[in-house]
Design a protein around this ligand. Sequence first.
Ligand SMILES: [Zn+2]
Length: 420
Amino acid sequence: MSTSSPPSRRPGLPLRARLATTVGGAAGRASRLAGRGDGSVIGGVIGLRLEPDLLSLLARGRSVVLVTGTNGKTTTTRLIAAALGALGQQVASNAFGANMEAGLVAALAKAPDATMAVLEVDEKYMPAMLGATTARVVTLLNLSRDQMDRAAEIWLLARRWRAALASADCRVIANADDPLVAWAAEEARHVTWVAAGQRWHDDSWCCPNCGSHLLRDGEDWHCGECPNRRPQVSWVLAGDEVIDPTGGSRPLDLILPGRANRSNAVIALAAAEVFGVGVAQALSAMRQVRSVAGRYTQVRRRGCDLRLLLAKNPAGWLEALDILAPAPLPVILAVNAQVPDGRDTSWLWDVDYRRLRGRPVFVTGERQLDLAVRLEADEVAFRMVGSVDEAVDCAHGGSMDVIANYTAFQQIRAVLGRTA
Ligand SMILES: [Zn+2]
């Protein structure tokens, strides 16, 4: 991964593409030296200006795994990369979530000799990135509202996925418990169906095939009007265990907490199997993952142990609330509404905050008032604070969880130091 190594020793990369990766890499290094993040995106942007086909040229000859969905992309990407690392070969990956074309270019350019790549891809860009990388495996986690997306936009996305996957020759690993994902993957040539669970049902009550009401019976679902139903699964998340296609079960003893991460892990195991990495081997590699781009990181601050949780949308808040330390341990909630978060905070009303009753709750962030109104309505007692430090001082030591949405999370990480 050394940035001083030649831009590419892979055979067949044309001169123009080599030049583009060199110039892009130099721009990325300059940006890093100037203190502007990790510089990967700017390097990719410049590389693409010089060679618009750079992504497909860089992907050529590699086995690429694409990971997409509304929630869990970054973590699943990390888990798959860890599992494939067990094969002893270098794996290229955009580990810090730069998931549009420039981020993918940067990840591949940084690892010219890696024969495998695990790449997180923004939901909207998946069809184009699938075309450019001719990925061997595409994993579909879930589809729900993010930021200001409306249901109609999610349906449009599912339709685009469906069209792209129907005409591609890749293996699709798809979550059968999400009806929109199942519909999107239905016409793909090779599908591995995974019962990875769906905690958030609110965006999938209608049949994507005919628009009728979907009927649910436990994990099972089917349409009352057309033949659309949950596919037969070969991998299952059953409580704290994974059941593999042979019927063998094994505890999913990850360091990463919560059901959402166990769900990500089962999908990752199914993806790893395509490359011949068995469950035991993959799991032992995945157990080394303790935090993902700062998430789940434990930070000691003014005598208090803080654990950082990211929650970007209603489904993400549900998952974060699920893994909170038990009451009466305090919690800090931080909400912003900058462009990456979505300007509209009305989604706060889709989250049930009542389970926060009975513990100290601190509210911060640029839109703390919006969250305060929401908590009032759920009769959750809280205290407004100007910063995480103020909350820590009020709590007098011990430990606390911090749940923050995207830019609030980045601000808190900047204050606490990037420890992971
Ligand atoms: Zn239907």
